[in-house]
Design a binder for this molecule. Structure first.
Ligand SMILES: *[C@@H]1O[C@H](CO)[C@@H](O)[C@H](O)[C@H]1NC(C)=O
Ligand SMILES: *[C@@H]1O[C@H](CO)[C@@H](O)[C@H](O)[C@H]1NC(C)=O
Length: 341
């Protein structure tokens, strides 16, 4: 089940195992048949076996199921501790992420020693080739004006990751050039489990906010009605923030001209209307999950994608941004079917 309000973790599982299945099936059609058989068995088509058991045995099986529910509750505690550990380690990573941010936005110039990096292929180059490459590099540098920090670092990350570039519109790009950092903040101990993504912007012409936030509320307890489906924390809902757009810069809106015919007189006049426009920045106004938990199909699809993106930014992008900037992390993700927690 890959639908709301399933866990984002589950999304990852569903997506990656689905991908793995397709790959295997294409390679070996026999697997398809075997899998189908197994799925039929799992899909609750009653085998009749349970029914055939004597009453006293069935009764004991119920006892086992009750034990299983208790296991699910212990598992929930396990994930709460994982969350605590993540919080603890987040504090250890933070100084490094802060330094990354300082280098990106030119608040800190790394030393020669910090910049030393020996790539594997470099070893195979002859001295002559190295010299040539160096001259070319120098020429390139001379042609450009002196760039500050790492220009368009986060925009490049966004463009390199399909999940994010799908949301990106052309008119979002000039804005995202001003994105300087993305931080993950975990909820405090004793508080309901959640995490917040903080998008930090340098002062810009588009909006007055310096930080845009997106908070994901999670739940780590088995659903009373379906305890066996518990598979770790679920994202339950998310909230964005109000973007204080400068006049005329709201890219989530567009004005359209519409011809309107007067019913009686038949005259035509043109009216202008503002309607929502596609934009990455709609990410900060997600659909609300109503109290009764019922969503229309559109909102459900938007949220399913949203939860996946939030999870991906937290789990992958923020911890390893440089590898998404260079592209090194992208191939890894393609055949990475491990899920982690
Ligand atoms: C709305 O979207 C279109 C196409 O994506 C874009 O060209 C246009 O600039 C957007 N409008 C505004 C006001 O940003
Ligand atoms: C920007 O557009 C959104 C609709 O996409 C609207 O809800 C919001 O009020 C607008 N903000 C400003 C400051 O115009």
């Amino acid at each position: 089940r890959c639908s709301i309000p399933d866990s984002s973790f589950l999304f990852t599982v569903c997506f990656s195992s689905a991908r793995q299945l397709t790959v295997q099936m294409m390679q070996n059609p026999q697997i398809l048949a075997a899998l189908q058989e197994r799925l039929d068995g799992l899909n609750g088509s009653p085998s009749g076996y349970m029914e055939s058991l004597p009453k006293v045995v069935k009764r004991r099986v119920n006892a086992l199921k009750n034990l299983q529910v208790k296991c699910a509750h212990i598992e929930a505690k396990f994930y709460e501790e994982v969350h605590e550990l993540e919080r603890k380690y987040a504090a250890l990573y933070q100084p490094l992420f802060d330094k990354r941010s300082d280098i990106v936005k030119a608040a800190y110039e790394p030393t020669d020693e910090e910049c030393e990096w020996k790539a594997d292929e470099e070893e195979e180059l002859t001295d002559e080739m190295k010299e040539k490459a160096k001259l070319e590099e120098e020429k390139k540098d001379e042609e450009k004006e002196d760039p500050k920090g790492i220009p368009e670092f986060w925009l490049t990350v966004f463009k390199n990751v399909d999940l994010l570039s799908d949301m990106l519109q052309e008119h979002d790009e000039p804005i995202l050039k001003h994105l300087q950092d993305i931080k993950v903040k975990f909820s405090d101990p004793g508080q309901p489990m959640s995490f917040t993504l903080e998008f930090q912007f340098e002062p810009n012409d588009f909006f007055t906010n310096t930080v845009l936030t997106k908070t994901y509320k999670m739940r780590s307890e088995p659903d009373e009605n379906d305890p066996f489906s518990f598979d770790g924390p679920e994202i339950m809902s998310c909230t964005g923030c109000t973007i204080e757009w400068t006049k005329g810069k709201n890219v989530t809106l567009k004005t359209i001209k519409k011809k309107q015919k007067h019913k009686g007189r038949g005259t035509v006049r043109t009216v202008t209307k503002t309607v929502p426009n596609d934009s990455f920045f709609n990410f900060f106004t997600p659909p609300e999950v109503p109290e009764n938990g019922e969503l229309d199909e559109d909102s459900e699809a938007i949220l399913a994608a949203d939860f996946e993106i939030g999870h991906f930014i937290r789990e992958r992008i923020v911890p390893r941004a440089v590898l998404y900037f260079t592209g090194e992390a992208i191939e890894d993700d393609d055949d990475d079917v491990s899920v982690g927690i």
